[in-house]
Design a protein around this ligand. Structure first.
Ligand code: HSE
Length: 331
């Protein structure tokens, strides 16, 4: 794991300002948020799965307007250490929504979720920010699950990553008259997730720009049937996962921008594994129907690709994001 340099912007924390200790803090909370894989093949912008890789952040609030940010782990080199930081923007969004003044902050982030790889790193940052604000405002402002999902979706744009990051498990997310909603489901214990992470990144906006605005009706019907089947396969019938993860709405269109990813998905599927592009890519998610199948998928991938991929054998995270108050325990 890479370790980044701590940068405290001079204009926000000048050397002449007294150091703040945790005892000076109004409140200190620790938040843990899982990685997520969105789409899962046919469930474009709808289905998401929480996975057992985590970002962990400890945040103290102060009665001033200073901001200190320390980041280690994935993406540490490029993550902004100022008000443009996505965690900070997300905290600020919740405070503004609640009509509260943004406090001074000290943030220490340890990022385990790979950045720019289709594993929900931006959704994790947004979810972390929303949960940090919930913890810092506890007792003053009540944020229920619907409010958390609404606020996170306003920042992220679509709810399929933030719903599993907030609530864990498999989530179906949709936006209705009451705003973004979710249904959480528990995944069958026979489902064994495996993620192949490449060295290169993919931009979600580029991936989205490659999709047509209209698709043939047969393709729409194809995805409706597969995504309905996928809910059954993931919760009851893992043996249906290969058919259930087929997609015609996004993966092929986006493949031109990540040919190695599309090729690995195709090779794994041809060998009988339920492989899909994870989120907007470029990682590949395999929903294996057991640990032995997962090992076999690694061997197939090894044989068919020259691109270096890191294989992560993961579990489904069932808790979602958690908040712990330093003084009071979990909230
Ligand atoms: N559903 C989104 C997409 C997930 O595939 O574009 C990535 O943010």
């Amino acid at each position: 794991m890479r370790v980044g340099v701590t940068v405290v912007p001079a204009e926000m924390a000048p050397a002449s300002v007294e150091a703040r200790t945790v005892e000076d803090a109004l409140r200190t909370v620790t938040v843990t948020v899982p990685a997520t894989s969105a789409n899962l093949g046919p469930g474009f912008d709808t289905l998401g799965l929480a996975l057992s890789i985590y970002d962990s952040l400890t945040v103290s609030s102060f009665d001033d307007d200073r901001l200190e940010i320390e980041v280690t782990g994935s993406g540490a080199e490029e993550i902004p250490r100022d008000a443009g930081n996505l965690v900070v923007r997300s905290i600020a969004h919740v405070y503004a929504d609640a009509g509260r003044r943004m406090p001074g902050l000290r943030i220490h982030a340890e990022n385990g979720v790979p950045h720019g790889r289709g594993l929900g790193s931006s959704g994790a940052a947004v979810t972390a920010g929303v949960l940090i604000a919930k913890g810092l405002l506890a007792g003053d402002v009540d944020l229920d699950d619907d409010a958390l999902l609404r606020l996170a979706t306003e920042l992220e744009g679509h709810p399929d990553n933030v719903a599993p990051a907030l609530f864990g498990g498999l989530t179906i997310a949709w936006t209705g008259e009451r705003g973004p909603q979710h249904k959480k489901l528990l995944v069958h214990r026979g489902v064994a997730p495996l993620v192949f992470v490449p060295g290169f990144t993919m931009s979600t906006s580029l991936a989205r720009s490659l999709q047509p605005h209209q698709v043939p009706r047969e393709d729409a019907v194809f995805n409706v049937s597969r995504s309905a089947l996928l809910v059954a396969a993931l919760t009851q019938s893992p043996e249906l996962l290969l058919d259930a993860t087929d997609d015609r709405l996004h993966q092929d269109y986006r493949g031109a921008a990540m040919p190695e990813t599309l090729r690995l998905v195709q090779e794994l599927r041809a060998a009988g594994f339920a492989a899909v592009v994870s989120g907007a890519g470029p990682s590949v998610l395999v929903l294996a129907d057991g640990p032995a199948a997962r090992q076999a998928a690694v061997e197939v991938a090894d044989a068919v690709t020259d691109t270096p991929w890191e294989a992560h054998m993961l579990a489904v995270d069932v808790l979602g994001g958690t908040v712990r108050d330093r003084a009071e325990g979990s909230t």
